[in-house]
Design a protein around this ligand. Structure first.
Ligand code: THU
Length: 156
């Protein structure tokens, strides 16, 4: 994937112009998702993923992918982090950072994770990283345009 100027950044000079998350907090999230990846349980895909989820009040929940011998029961890192946060009483999210071992491409959330993220708002930030510290930044609205969410159920 091309590294698009303005959406992509590296190391200690992140482009936070379009994110409400400050540069230090971004770096912290990048670190935390890399750490979370170390716990990935992925004996089938051998594709470890880590996620770090930032709440509105500055708490971070991490998660990793958790696979299962019954393959469809595997859960992505992003949803693990969200489920941990929800189960601790947090529903207000500002950002998520995601890490994998892929040097080639920024790790992007799958469609199922985008929809689960969308449940908790459209306007939070997703930082998709590479192991070298570069990242691509998108809002959830950009990742899942024209989405269906809780508000739509109220339009009956
Ligand atoms: N995976 C994630 O955890 N997050 C992603 O963003 C993409 C894919 C996991 C699911 C599965 O355990 C493995 O990576 C291979 O698809």
């Amino acid at each position: 994937m091309a590294q698009v100027p303005g959406n992509c950044s590296q190391g200690s000079a992140p482009n936070s112009a379009s994110s409400s998350v400050g540069p230090e907090q971004i770096q912290h999230l990048l670190h935390m998702c890399k750490e979370a990846k170390k716990a990935a349980y992925c004996p089938y895909s051998h594709f470890p993923v880590g996620a770090a989820l930032l709440t509105g009040d500055g708490k971070i929940f991490s998660g990793c992918n958790v696979e299962n011998a019954c393959f469809p029961l595997g859960v992505c890192a992003e949803r693990t982090a969200i489920q941990k946060a929800i189960s601790e009483g947090y529903t207000d999210f500002r950002a998520m950072a995601i890490a994998s071992d892929s040097e080639e491409q920024f790790i992007v959330p799958c469609g199922a994770c985008r929809q689960v993220m969308r449940e908790f708002g459209r306007n939070w930030d997703v930082f998709m990283t590479k192991p070298n510290g570069t990242y691509m930044f998108k809002t959830l609205e950009e990742l899942l345009p024209l989405s269906f969410g809780p508000e739509d159920l109220k339009k009956l």
